[in-house]
Design a protein around this ligand. Sequence first.
Ligand SMILES: Nc1ncnc2c1ncn2[C@@H]1O[C@H](COP(=O)(O)OP(=O)(O)OP(=O)(O)O)[C@@H](O)[C@H]1O
Ligand SMILES: [Mg+2]
Length: 273
Amino acid sequence: MNAVGNTFPSRVSFENVSKTYTGAQGDVKVVDDVSFSLGEGDFVSLIGPSGCGKTTMLQMLAGFVKPDNGMVTLNGQPVQGPDSDRGVIFQEYGVFPWLTVEKNIAFGLTLRRNAKPEAERKEIVAHYVKLMHLNGFEKAYPKHLSGGMRQRLALARAYAVNPNILLMDEPFGALDAQTRLALQLQLMEVLTKERKTVLLITHSVEEAIFLSTRILMISARPSRILRVIDVPFTYPRTPELTATPDFQRLRLELEEMSMEQYAQQQRLAAESR
Ligand SMILES: Nc1ncnc2c1ncn2[C@@H]1O[C@H](COP(=O)(O)OP(=O)(O)OP(=O)(O)O)[C@@H](O)[C@H]1O
Ligand SMILES: [Mg+2]
């Protein structure tokens, strides 16, 4: 068992969770007896090679995928399905192609659970349009946006409903370095104002260290927790932190570890061809 403790009362808990997919190539075990928990205010990042099962884990917490064994719980109750208490930012831009920018942002605010009067909705939409630098594109459809703009729209849509838990699947992946940093800083600012619990998937060790309270290093498929790192830096964090020797040392150590797993995953992929 891969057990991970923490100091907060647990909001989210994976208890001995396993998942196998059955596909054209037979059964593929993607998650293997994973246990960890996230307390309120935790920011946990998952780092692991492509195809190891990270998105599958996030989708179990989002309520889109059910574990075969074990349980994913939220405030002590098993996750039954998706709900607006968990805002999901999908790996491939969680935007609706048939809705304009402003309607995408307002979408969650029109659902019954979060329904807001029109005036308030407009205010929230205007706020996020500005925050994500989408001004002038309010009436545009996603296909007319750049990749980075679509990603910012996905962030706006998730933030707009103000969920307690943010599930972010490589949310900054498609962005240029500058925008990426700006949005990382903005996320940290949002988190200092509103205490949220975050599960982030990233391939960037640097991003994980910069943002997280804790990092889970995930193995090649099937996903197991190899190591848990309590990030030793206090908040607020500024970009200068990334240049410090302590940060660099941790980065190198984790990059080496993740490279081994990436290589292992590539061997696995080659074998199954
Ligand atoms: N619905 C599904 N049906 C069958 N197999 C699936 C399904 N979803 C994912 N898989 C397989 O499960 C494995 C893990 O997929 P997952 O998307 O969780 O990986 P990941 O760690 O998020 O990878 P990446 O870093 O590339 O996003 C992959 O081999 C994938 O092909
Ligand atoms: Mg993924």
